[in-house]
Design a protein around this ligand. Sequence first.
Ligand code: NAD
Ligand code: ZN
Length: 359
Amino acid sequence: MKQLQVKTHQGEYPIYIGDGCLNELTPFIQKATQVVVITDETVYELHYQTLAHVLSKEALVYVIKPGEASKSFEVYHAIQTFLIQNQVDRKALILAFGGGVVGDLAGFVAATYMRGIDFIQVPTTLLAHDSAVGGKVAINHELGKNLIGAFYPPKAVIYELPLLATLSDKEWRSGLAEMVKHGFISDEVLLKTLMSFHTLDPLQEEIFAALLMQSLMVKKNVVEMDEFEKGSRAFLNFGHTFGHAIELDEKSLSHGEAVAIGIIFALYLSKKTFKIDLAIDDYISYLKQLNFPLFLKADRATQYMNYMLHDKKNEQHQIRFVLLKEVGNPVLVTFSEEELKPMLQQFLNEMTKEVRVCH
Ligand SMILES: NC(=O)c1ccc[n+]([C@@H]2O[C@H](COP(=O)([O-])OP(=O)(O)OC[C@H]3O[C@@H](n4cnc5c(N)ncnc54)[C@H](O)[C@@H]3O)[C@@H](O)[C@H]2O)c1
Ligand SMILES: [Zn+2]
């Protein structure tokens, strides 16, 4: 087991990572008047017994339906009602036991119930190495993702890696894309090592735990430098401007699978803007080897543009991208709709014809 500390405006919290770290929950549970576990049906079925084993107190459990649709006002309200009806008090502890959906939702519940009660992230997906660290919690509005939220750091992140063994390949890919993103924005060695894997198989091994640790370090360093996203934290959105558009347009993709495609466009724009070679073909080959679904449709430029124009991070109708001057050197660049649309169309034409990404 390894430990990292994350500094926030409210003090520090630990991240425990490895095999057996669920036991680190004990002191937090002993201190709490009540424990409330928020999880989803899949994680409950697969892993609740493992968690229950280390809970010394009887816990209240709220189980949501798996998937992004649960990050809603309705589910948020239902959980608040559950807490009130069960007379959960200010000294209770919420455990967010699941992937990024559970983490974001349970974190926002914790941030707002009685003006804030303690919560601990117990992530169970690879992607959640990203979402559980940094204190951003949120639910969705029907007009956009993550629009209602807070910066609310957990008391700890407890990352029990054996729980990841039941993830599907799709979920592995999703988390891997965020690791690759961390490589692109800050660590060429991490990037090159990740891209040297040609199958998903090594993901279960020791070497992978070391890479995951490096990826966590990137996230930790970025959020410590800019907890409230006044500047450099935005670099974590590398691949996300176009990635979110793809995610909204093609519902069969997981978040990370869409981000992986978003990264292709960010590399393309970086090449155009800074006249640099970022080995885009190597990156696409890597994604293909790992069977990433590379949905890109040449006739959907207008729809993609509309999704990007509605991104909450835009200011004054400018579309904001994180681009790279080189690997490890991200910069924020904004484009007007008129500037971006022809570049997007050219990108889609080239990708769907020459690289034959998808039709
Ligand atoms: N707060 C942040 O900083 C931040 C950062 C990145 C992403 N996010 C959010 O994270 C969410 C995506 O997270 P996610 O990909 O973990 O999604 P998720 O929570 O929906 O999990 C993906 C799927 O995996 C299943 N699952 C979870 N753990 C499992 C396990 N151990 N074995 C088998 N199946 C398991 C879930 O039931 C679900 O069906 C999005 O809502 C995104 O907005 C937040
Ligand atoms: Zn992401």
